[in-house]
Design a protein around this ligand. Structure first.
Ligand code: 4AD
Length: 466
């Protein structure tokens, strides 16, 4: 094989050396008929390649060929590295390639449905450009999603998905270091795991079944099966009717379940250390990605404390009431009151990441453990970033007959979960856990305004393609 150099590795040390690179044509500029500039991009790094008509090396035909290449085509370029006297604008690499050979590996259609350079500009920038009379098409979110393969080539989007990968990576690494074991539970199950009607129903060889709304039941069964501490990273399906900025029909769940010795705060301790570790690591290791996202979406870094703030639901209600919000002390918080509380918490405690616990029992799923001292409340919690929920968790009921009673009271057909309930008849320790929405974490850490931006190929009530 020939020796290839990555675009990101092109630097002054390679001066006068011949290199072979592969990338996409990002931009082309012809200067008369004897010269052309081609900006080549590989994995977010760009380099300016120059063709100059030179006897025996570069023909006028070659220059013509280069200027006729369509944007985003894949090309191989061989050339000599040179170092210009002045800084190069419009390329990440501060060297140039004096081209000797160009080969088009696979061409893109001449007119792309999205212009990537425009798609990479911030909304403010686009508005300014339009006002200044620049010819550009303002691509809306739907258009971007229709042509997602192009849209995800922008630097901000490349950054978003590298951050997503890092969130997953830290989740796994942290939990492994805390003695958890990674598991996989079935996604084809007999009934609803969270209650409610948001389930995709299907026919399982003549038997009614559905896509799992969460690994809830089976992760608890893994605890009954003596694993002590488990986690899972896997798909979660919700037949959501609501078309909102934060609900998907399929998302990635980061789930945790663990034995509890004394108190559900042991679960919140894990949340606390896991997320502080995660945010620290994202800020440390993803600077380039965060900068790229910031270029396009302008956000302030997340404010969080070294020890995560914990408020009880009652304290939250109190804060909201003092701020003039009328609210049912035993009802759930709606999106608006969650946001409001997020603001109040930020003002009072200077953090945008906090845990709210001891929710009213009535607003939690059937498997949630009531508080020992007051059964109107429960040993449960939600976790918020910038006033929006990213996690819900709780201690679970581990007494089988009571669990069946709770399921029935919550309108669940106990028959469909009988093997789950029976699991607690063979000896089951007190336990609890939580579920995190991966796309929500990325969306809110980067202060994106829509969860579709942090889902590679989002599935929502209206979208099943691409
Ligand atoms: O709050 P949820 O429904 O809780 C559970 O699934 C429990 N089994 C968790 C537990 O262990 N007790 O979902 C957990 C998280 C939410 O906090 C949210 O971040 C995310 O999953 N989530 C969604 N993300 C995108 N689209 C949706 N439709 C989501 N529904 C929940």
């Amino acid at each position: 094989g020939r020796k290839w150099t990555e675009v990101k590795a092109l630097n002054e040390d390679l001066k006068d050396q011949v290199v072979l690179i592969r990338g996409r044509v990002q931009a082309i500029r012809a200067v008369g008929k004897k010269m052309a500039f081609v900006v080549v991009r590989e994995l977010g790094f760009t380099v300016q390649c120059i063709l100059t008509v030179t006897p025996d090396v570069v023909s006028a035909q070659m220059v013509k060929f280069a200027t006729s290449l369509s944007r985003e085509s894949i090309v191989d370029i061989e050339g000599v590295i040179s170092v210009p006297a002045t800084a190069i604008k419009g390329a990440t690499q501060q060297v140039e390639v004096q081209v000797r050979k160009v080969y088009c590996v696979n061409k893109a259609i001449p007119t792309l449905p999205i212009n990537i350079e425009d798609a990479a500009r911030s909304e403010e920038e686009i508005e300014k450009a339009l006002k200044a009379g620049e010819q550009l098409v303002r691509v809306n979110q739907d258009t971007r999603l229709n042509f997602r393969v192009l849209d995800i080539r922008t630097p901000a989007n490349q950054g978003i998905f590298r951050i997503q990968c890092q969130v997953e990576n830290i989740f796994r690494k942290f939990l492994l270091s805390e003695g958890f074991i990674g598991i996989h539970t079935p996604k084809l199950i007999a009934g609803s795991s969270e209650g409610g009607s948001a389930v995709f129903k299907l026919d399982y060889k003549g038997q009614p079944a559905c896509l799992a709304q969460s690994p809830q039941l089976h992760k608890q069964m893994a605890i009954c099966g003596d694993f002590g501490r488990v986690f899972e990273i896997g798909p979660v399906f919700r037949a959501e009717d609501s078309f909102t900025h934060r609900h998907l029909c399929e998302f990635t769940g980061l789930d945790v379940e663990m034995e509890i010795k004394e108190h559900y705060s042991e679960v919140m301790d894990i949340v606390d250390r896991l997320f502080v570790t995660m945010f620290d690591s994202l800020n440390d290791t993803c600077q380039k990605e965060l900068e790229a996202i910031n270029e396009q979406y302008h956000f302030k870094p997340l404010k969080y404390l070294r020890k995560t703030l914990r408020l009880t639901f009652e304290e939250g209600i109190q804060m909201l009431r003092e701020a003039g919000v009328e609210i049912d002390p035993l009802g759930d918080l709606n999106t608006e009151s969650e946001r409001k509380l997020g603001q109040l918490v930020l003002e009072k405690y200077d953090t945008e990441f906090y845990i709210l616990h001891r929710y009213p029992l009535a607003v939690r799923p059937f498997y949630t453990m009531p508080c020992y001292d007051n059964p109107l409340y429960s040993n449960s919690f939600d976790v918020f970033i910038r006033g929006e929920e990213i996690i819900s968790g709780a201690q679970r009921v581990h007494v089988p007959d009571y669990l069946a009673e709770r399921a029935q009271a919550c309108g669940i057909d106990v028959k469909t979960i009988s093997t789950y309930i029976d699991s607690f008849r063979y000896g089951a320790p007190p336990h609890g856990g939580f579920g995190v929405g991966l796309e929500r974490v990325v969306m809110l850490f980067c202060a994106l305004n829509n969860i579709r931006k942090s889902s590679l190929f989002p599935r929502d009530p209206q979208r099943l393609a691409p």
